[in-house]
Design a protein around this ligand. Sequence first.
Ligand code: HEC
Ligand code: HEC
Length: 256
Amino acid sequence: MSVTWSNVVRCLDAIRTGEESMASSRQCIDTMRRHDRPKRRIAGPFGARIALPIVFGAIAFVGVCRAGDMNTAATGGIQAKLSYCKDCHGPSAQGYDGYFPIPRLAGQQTEYLENQLRAFIEHRRTNNIMFNVAHALSPGMIAALAADFRGLDPKPIGGAPTRYVDLGKKIFQDGMPDANIAACAACHGPAATGSGPIPRLAGQLYPYLIKELVNWGKERGQNPTKPDTSAIMSPVAHSLNRSQIEAVAAYVSYLK
Ligand code: HEC
Ligand code: HEC
């Protein structure tokens, strides 16, 4: 697939509408990877259909990159990669609520980010899209990207139902000892900002949080030869029922 704006839009649409085979195809990943390298001109962005806020964001970001001086190879490399990540994760890495919820990376712990990128590469964590993205990244690039995302602080996207936020707060701060549910705050911190390999949950996308908690045992810790930190979270994920998951996910999704 050649790198034209319409192909980029086609790939973003596949991500939005859930055509997984298309979204995670080699061609789409390569298209997205190449389309915004500094110096490369994208054919006629404004002639194409620009329906997605994410596409506006991407254009704005690419615009900023071009305006700023990106001549050194080192900056060019990381800036081009960052811009590529942000095509999916949002212009400030605030996440994107499409058919596949794409998580917020902004403000995330660097150790957690690096560990998850390696988890995709090592098949500890299964996701075709992120496997195709991550396995092309060098260790140095992974560290540089993680450091950049850590420094971003956009507002949470919000949008979760507010009805059970109070219950969610209670579960998060105190747990539910009767139901054998640990207090999330004990590990994720009272403000849900995480620490080291324990992720920040504050401002994370509501549908993404639900997807992770419901599918924990099917997506995380999938490589038996490489046990990892997902095992620490596993009993907690399994102890939560659906309505508790929705409540606690809603609560943390609004935290700044
Ligand atoms: C084609 C779209 C796409 C692109 C491009 C993309 N991502 Fe992702 N990313 C996703 C999706 C979808 C998920 C959710 C995976 C899942 O559900 O397990 C994700 C998940 C992640 C996670 C896990 C976050 C968490 O909270 O556990 C990290 C880290 C990540 N991406 C980093 C990156 C980086 C760094 C780049 C750029 C080099 C990038 N992504 C580019 C779609 C994308
Ligand atoms: C004993 C410590 C501990 C407790 C208690 C705990 N967690 Fe976790 N949590 C972790 C660790 C460690 C990870 C990272 C797992 C990995 O590396 O895959 C994690 C990851 C997560 C993730 C994945 C985030 C992402 O970006 O993909 C979610 C969601 C989550 N926890 C929610 C919760 C909720 C909700 C509670 C309370 C009901 C809770 N956790 C309690 C340790 C804990």
